[in-house]
Each structure stands twice: as structure tokens, then as C-alpha cells.
Design a protein around this ligand. Structure first.
Ligand SMILES: O=P(O)(O)OC[C@H]1O[C@H](OP(=O)(O)OP(=O)(O)O)[C@H](O)[C@@H]1O
Ligand SMILES: Nc1nc2[nH]cnc2c(=O)[nH]1
Length: 178
């Protein structure tokens, strides 16, 4: 896919994201109320901004861990091969776990991570994705909570990159190749 010039059209503002995270946090608190310590697992690298905002909105005892999964390289098409580049630091057996993903597209990444973490016997495993592109799905997977359903556009910002660029945009934008 082209890696030439492109412009970014704003799709979801920072304000809209913040308001949605507040709503999602209340639902997550209800689901995990009474938990001794929730392990919130961020999928690197794309979820680093989302997880930072989400955990600060959660009124729950939390531990934060990270798993690095990659399947896109520098392009806009999934390789369909999910590589785990960094595993969790901690054990999750018997723990309540929330996996935080930035975007579910083909679904290969989330599907792979759910299978991997389920095999470690957590007490409860739930998933949240800021963005969902259901029209692109190639695997039978859906996050338990979704921030925004979006059309089939390649998006960047708020942690999400194109060839490692644009992760620092405060909003979500769609890439338009020029
Ligand atoms: O549903 P899928 O088609 O699997 O796509 C979703 C994944 O693709 C991106 O990760 P990427 O491989 O680009 O790594 P990154 O998070 O380090 O940018 C994104 O962060 C998701 O994890
Ligand atoms: N940057 C980026 N990465 C993705 N990985 C899966 N879908 C997307 C997308 O729309 N944008």
C-alpha cells in the first residue's frame, strides 16, 4: 500500500473521546465491582494513550501490564500473522483481566490475544476497544465494550500510527492518500 503523501481528516475529536471514556469507565466499574485488583492489559503499541486515559477514569484497584502484539508492520494491510513481541510481566491465573485494544479491524490481533490469555486461566477476561470496524472483520471476535464503531477507513491518532507516525495526534483522524 502507498506510503506517499497523505492528509488526515478529523473523524473523532479529543472531547468526544474523553466523554465516551467516562461512560465506558462507569460500565467497567459495574462489571468489576468488588474485584480485589483488576489487571488492565494494554496492547502495545497502539493502546498506550487509550489505556492511560481509561485507567485514570476507573475508580477501581488496578494493576497495569502490557503485551506487545504486531501484525501490520508499516503498511495498511494486516499480515494476518500476529507476533507477540513482548509478553505480560505478571501471571494472570485466577485474576480479573481487562484487555485494552485501540482498534479491532480484521480481528486477528484480538482473537489471538484472547486465545493466549484465556489459556492462562484468568478468573474473568473482558475486552475493550476504542474503535471497531465491523465491516472489515475476518474472524469471529467482538470486544465487550466499544468506544466508537467506524466505517472502513484507515485511521491514525490517539496512539494509532501510520508507519509509526501520528500516534501523538490528540484526536482520531482518517488518512486520505493524495
Ligand atoms: O484487528 P486487526 O486487523 O488485527 O488490527 C488491529 C491491530 O492493528 C494495530 O496494531 P499493529 O499491528 O499496527 O501494531 P501497533 O499497535 O504496535 O501499532 C492496532 O493497534 C491493533 O492492535
Ligand atoms: N493505523 C491503523 N492501524 C490499523 N490496524 C488495523 N486497522 C488500522 C487502522 O485503521 N489504522
Amino acid at each position: 500500500m502507498s506510503q506517499g503523501t497523505y492528509v488526515i481528516d478529523r473523524m473523532i475529536s479529543a472531547k468526544q473521546i474523553a466523554a465516551r471514556i467516562e461512560e465506558l469507565a462507569r460500565e467497567i466499574e459495574a462489571e468489576f465491582s468488588g474485584t480485589t485488583k483488576l489487571v488492565v492489559v494494554g496492547l502495545l503499541r497502539g493502546s498506550f494513550v487509550f489505556i492511560a486515559d481509561l485507567v485514570r477514569e476507573l475508580d477501581l484497584p488496578v494493576e497495569v501490564d502490557f503485551l506487545e502484539a504486531s501484525s501490520y508492520g508499516d503498511g495498511t494491510e494486516s499480515s494476518r500473522e500476529v507476533r507477540i513481541l513482548k509478553d505480560l510481566r505478571g501471571a494472570i491465573e485466577g485474576r480479573d483481566v481487562l484487555v485494552v485494544e485501540d482498534i479491532v479491524d480484521t480481528g486477528f490481533t484480538l482473537h489471538h490475544v484472547i486465545a493466549l490469555l484465556s489459556s492462562r486461566a484468568p478468573a474473568k477476561l473482558r475486552t475493550i476497544a476504542l474503535l471497531d470496524k465491523p465491516s472489515r472483520r475476518e474472524t469471529d471476535v467482538r470486544a465487550d465494550w466499544i468506544g466508537f464503531e467506524i466505517p472502513d477507513e484507515f485511521v491514525v491518532g490517539y496512539g494509532i500510527d501510520y508507519a509509526q507516525r501520528d500516534r501523538n495526534l490528540p484526536h482520531i483522524g482518517k488518512v486520505r492518500f493524495t
